[in-house]
Design a binder for this molecule. Structure first.
Ligand SMILES: NC(=O)c1ccc[n+]([C@@H]2O[C@H](COP(=O)([O-])OP(=O)(O)OC[C@H]3O[C@@H](n4cnc5c(N)ncnc54)[C@H](O)[C@@H]3O)[C@@H](O)[C@H]2O)c1
Ligand SMILES: [Zn+2]
Length: 446
């Protein structure tokens, strides 16, 4: 039986099972954010900014399908949207549709297109695989819409100003107007660049994300961080800009190379470590299924990751504190990406090694016990991700790159570190500098 997405959503939102615990989750989350904001105003020195962010027992901002994918029930072909996760941002709220075969459902895309002009931004790898399908979905039964596309070179090395200009060139040449819609079709690089272009073009046009890597489906397409790299540092130029919707067709993962899949898994592991111990335990049991691309395991991991991210973004959209925790391992990881050269290691690979370093430092500070260190190493090894930085990374290279990290405030480097039982972390500049030094020396030969 066919069920429209809107009917699924409304029936889920009214589900009594979500009402009780939902409120308490939100209230305790708000408290955490408020205390971060107050303290950062009260204390000019950000060294004092240390907030414990407990894992929320209830996922509070999502709507779930009546037949959750977790049970492993194959989805019926005519009811493809298995889940809608809502990102709750007032009048900028938007849905994340997750399911198999969603690119074959024109209505899902068309309902979020404003105006008659669409610019699809993609790259040379993804265009031959999915561009026709997306153009068909945008135009099916809708002859009013005209679609242009711009096909960028593929790779992190092209997440730069020069490539960004190609999007503006195409938009201006094709006379895109204020009511046009930009569609990002691709991984995190395309999503970040297209989103930034949408934020800046004519001071902001509509924008839809169609993420095609696991990395983009579990992380980069959600939450509105957009931007490009600078030769001196990752993602240093950008904007917060939320999409109208995110459309995740899990079938696109079929063509994704193994290494890219593993890279996305690094971010999935991150959610477990910072706020969702149950999810981490699920991953420990289901890693083989994820690596073997079991559709229901992947769909569950995507759904749970989006729920975690949506919840954090809804509470702290512009990263006053709580949202920074999504960057566990990223300060070390970005240093690896910058120091090693963009594109040498995949983002998730650098983040995996970075998480091991953050966990090592947390252990040196006495904030977590050794069993967590071992579980992190085990799960990342199972996922075939690196657990140490590349040999060329020296202590000096780490220090140079970390000095321009976006989390440096008043000259002080704030880090996300684990503290307490699994699923708890802090975002703080209040740590013993020796622990950081010891970690850097332990992981670098010189
Ligand atoms: N905005 C955010 O909040 C956020 C969060 C996490 C990561 N990021 C950014 O995302 C980027 C990494 O994203 P990524 O890992 O998706 O890398 P990517 O965009 O480079 O994609 C990885 C590779 O897979 C190819 N590809 C994409 N989809 C495919 C498919 N379905 N089949 C076959 N090949 C496919 C791409 O062409 C590319 O070669 C980094 O720049 C990182 O900074 C941003
Ligand atoms: Zn990341």
């Amino acid at each position: 039986m066919a069920a429209s997405t809107s009917s699924i959503r409304s029936s889920l939102l009214s589900s009594p099972k979500l009402s009780g615990p939902r409120l308490s989750g939100l209230v305790s989350g708000h408290r955490a954010v408020f205390s971060i904001r107050r303290r950062s105003l009260d204390f000019p020195s950000l060294a004092s900014l240390s907030v414990s962010l407990r894992s929320a027992p209830n996922r509070s901002t999502m709507s779930e399908s009546a037949a959750p994918v977790v049970e492993g029930t194959p989805q019926k072909a005519d009811s493809r949207v298995s889940t809608i996760v809502e990102v709750d941002l007032g009048n900028r709220s938007y849905p994340i549709y997750i399911g198999s075969g969603l690119l074959d459902e024109p209505d899902l895309l068309q309902r979020h297109v404003h105006g008659k002009r669409v610019l699809v931004v993609t790259n040379t790898t993804i265009a031959p695989l999915y561009l026709d399908k997306v153009i068909k979905a945008l135009t099916h039964g809708n002859s009013n819409v005209s679609v242009e596309s711009v096909i960028l070179p593929d790779g992190e090395a092209y997440k730069d100003m020069e490539t960004l200009m190609k999007i503006f060139d195409k938009a201006i040449e094709s006379r895109m107007d204020r009511r046009c819609t930009f569609v990002a079709l691709g991984g995190g690089v395309i999503g970040d660049m297209c989103g930034f272009a949408a934020a800046a073009f004519l001071r902001g046009v509509n924008f839809i994300q169609i993420p095609t890597t696991l990395m983009a489906q579990v992380d980069s397409s959600v939450g509105g961080k957009t931007g490009i790299n600078h030769p001196l540092g990752k993602n240093l130029i950008g904007a917060f800009y939320q999409p109208q919707s995110v459309l995740i067709d899990t079938d696109t993962l079929i063509t994704l190379p193994d290494r890219e899949l593993a890279s996305g898994i690094a971010e999935v592991v991150k959610y477990g470590l910072i706020r969702d111990a149950d999810f981490f335990e699920w991953q420990e049991k289901n890693m083989q299924g994820l690596l073997g691309r079991d559709p229901s395991a992947l769909a569950y991991a995507i759904k749970r990751s989006c729920e975690n991210k949506a919840e954090v973004v809804a509470l702290d959209e512009k990263e006053s504190g709580l949202r920074a925790t999504l960057n566990l391992g990223h300060t070390f990881g970005h240093a690896i990406e910058t120091g090693f050269g963009y594109g040498q290691w995949l983002h998730g690979e650098a983040v995996a090694a970075g998480m091991v370093m953050a966990v090592d430092m947390s252990r040196r500070l006495g904030w977590i016990d050794g069993t967590i260190v071992k579980r992190v190493l085990d799960i990342l090894q199972k996922a075939k991700l690196p657990t140490e930085p590349p040999e060329m990374m020296t202590v000096e290279k780490f220090r140079t790159a970390m000095a321009v990290d976006k989390k440096v405030a008043d000259g002080l480097l704030r880090l996300i570190l684990l503290k307490g039982p699994l699923g708890n972390c802090v975002f703080t500049g209040d740590y013993d500098r020796k622990a950081l030094d010891d970690t850097l020396h332990a992981f670098c030969k010189s």
